[in-house]
Ligand binder design. Structure first.
Ligand code: UD1
Length: 336
C-alpha cells in the first residue's frame, strides 16, 4: 500500500516523501511542477528508492486523479498541492480559490470513489490571524486576512463537513513557519524569483544573490522590535505528517485540527543572527518599514500535537539555519 503525496515535488511534500520512506511507508508523488522541479523528485529518489512513483498531473484534472487511485494501491493521502504566495493571492484570488478548493473537493471525491478514507491536509497558522492569546491553541478563533488564508479556512470547513458526511477521517495540520532543509543538503526550498519568505531571502543574501535583508518593521512590541514567528524545521514538520498518518491508522477519527510548531517564538533579528552564525559571517540587513498585512507575534501551543499525534519538534533554530545554509551553499541556484 502507498501514500498519495500531492505536491510531493514541493518543499514540504518532498521532505515528507523522504520521511515516509524512512518510516517504512512509500509515497506516490503527484505534481504538475507548476512551482517545483523534477529535480526535487530525483533528489527524493536518491535519498529513498529509485522506484518512488512520480505521476505528472494537475490535481484539477479529475480523470488523471481517478487514474492514480486505479493504478496504485493508495490507502492514505497527504494533500500539499497548492499555491502559497499570500501577496499573489490578493492579485489573483480566483486562481487561488479555483486551485485550492477545486483540488480539495476533487481529491475527496476521488478518495470516496476509491474507498480511501485517511487524509492529512496542509493548513496554516494563517487561519488564526493575530491571535489574542499566545501561544495559540487549536481552539482559538479562526478566520483569514487574504484569499490564500481564506482558501485554507474554507478547505478546513469543507473537510470538516465531508468528514461528518462520508467515510473520511482527516487531520488538518496547521503549519507555523517551515524552514531548513534535509541534512544531506540535496533537498531544500527553491522559491521562484525573489523570495517572499524570510529565511530563503536571508540565505540568498548569504550566497550573494541578493545584497541585504530588509527587516520589515523595527517598532513591534517585542524584545528587539521585530516580529515574532514560530520557525519549525521542515524535517520535523515532515515527521509530523507521518505521525498524523499513524494517528489516523489508530485512534483518531473525524476531522481534527493540529498545530505543527515548536512552541518557541523568534524575532526576525534572532533569525538573521542565527543565520549569520551558521554561515560564519555577518549577513547584512537594514530595518525598514512594516510589511502590510503582517502580524506582530505568533507561536504555537504544541501540546495538542503531542497529545494526539505523539509528536513534538526536535530541532532548534541553530539546526534549521545550519541545514538551510548547507542546502543553499551546495545549491546556490536551487534546483536550476
Ligand atoms: C507567510 C504567510 C503564511 C504562509 C507563510 C509561508 C502572511 C500573513 N502569512 O508567513 O500564511 O504560510 O508565509 O509561506 O503572509 N520578513 C522580513 N524580511 C523579508 C521577509 C520577511 O523582515 O524579506 C519578516 C516578516 O515581516 C515576518 C517574518 O519575517 O515578520 C516571517 O515572514 P515570512 O517568512 O514571509 O512568513 P510569514 O509572513 O510569517
Amino acid at each position: 500500500m502507498a501514500v498519495l503525496v500531492t505536491g510531493g515535488a514541493g518543499y514540504i511534500g518532498s521532505h515528507t516523501a523522504v520521511a515516509l520512506h524512512d518510516a517504512g511507508r512509500e509515497g506516490v508523488i503527484v505534481d504538475n511542477f507548476s512551482n517545483s522541479s523534477p529535480k526535487a523528485v530525483d533528489a527524493v529518489r536518491a535519498l529513498t528508492t529509485d522506484s518512488m512513483v512520480m505521476v505528472e498531473a494537475d490535481m484539477l484534472d479529475s480523470e488523471a486523479v481517478a487514474r492514480v487511485f486505479k493504478d496504485h494501491d493508495i490507502d492514505e493521502v497527504i494533500h500539499f498541492a497548492a499555491y502559497k504566495a499570500v501577496g499573489e493571492s490578493v492579485d489573483k484570488p480566483l486562481d487561488y480559490y479555483r486551485n485550492h478548493l477545486g483540488s480539495t473537493i476533487g481529491l475527496v471525491a476521488a478518495m470516496v470513489e476509491a474507498g480511501v478514507s485517511k487524509l492529512v491536509f496542509s493548513s496554516s497558522c494563517t487561519v488564526y490571524g493575530q491571535p489574542d492569546v499566545i501561544p495559540v491553541t487549536e481552539a482559538a478563533p479562526t478566520g483569514a486576512e487574504s484569499p490564500y488564508g481564506w482558501t485554507k479556512y474554507m478547505s478546513e470547513q469543507i473537510l470538516n463537513d465531508a468528514a461528518a458526511a462520508v467515510d473520511l477521517d482527516v487531520v488538518l495540520l496547521r503549519y507555523f513557519n517551515p524552514v531548513g532543509a534535509h541534512e544531506s543538503g540535496t533537498l531544500g526550498e527553491d522559491p521562484n524569483g525573489i523570495p517572499n519568505n524570510l529565511v530563503p531571502f536571508v540565505m540568498q543574501v548569504a550566497v550573494g544573490r541578493l545584497a541585504k535583508v530588509m527587516v520589515f518593521g523595527g517598532d513591534y512590541d517585542t524584545a528587539d522590535g521585530t516580529a515574532v514567528r514560530d520557525y519549525i524545521h521542515v524535517v520535523d514538520l515532515a515527521e509530523g505528517h507521518v505521525a498524523a498518518l499513524d494517528a489516523l491508522a489508530g485512534e483518531i477519527s473525524g476531522c481534527t485540527a493540529v498545530n505543527l510548531g515548536t512552541g518557541v517564538g523568534h524575532t526576525v533579528l534572532d533569525v538573521v543572527h542565527a543565520a549569520s552564525a551558521a554561515v560564519g559571517s555577518p549577513i547584512p540587513y537594514e530595518v525598514v518599514g512594516r510589511r502590510s498585512g503582517d502580524i506582530e507575534k505568533i507561536y504555537a501551543h504544541p501540546a495538542y500535537a503531542e497529545e494526539v499525534l505523539g509528536w513534538r519538534s526536535k530541532r532548534d533554530l541553530a539546526d534549521m539555519m545550519r541545514d538551510h545554509w548547507n542546502w543553499q551553499r551546495q545549491n546556490p541556484n536551487g534546483f536550476r
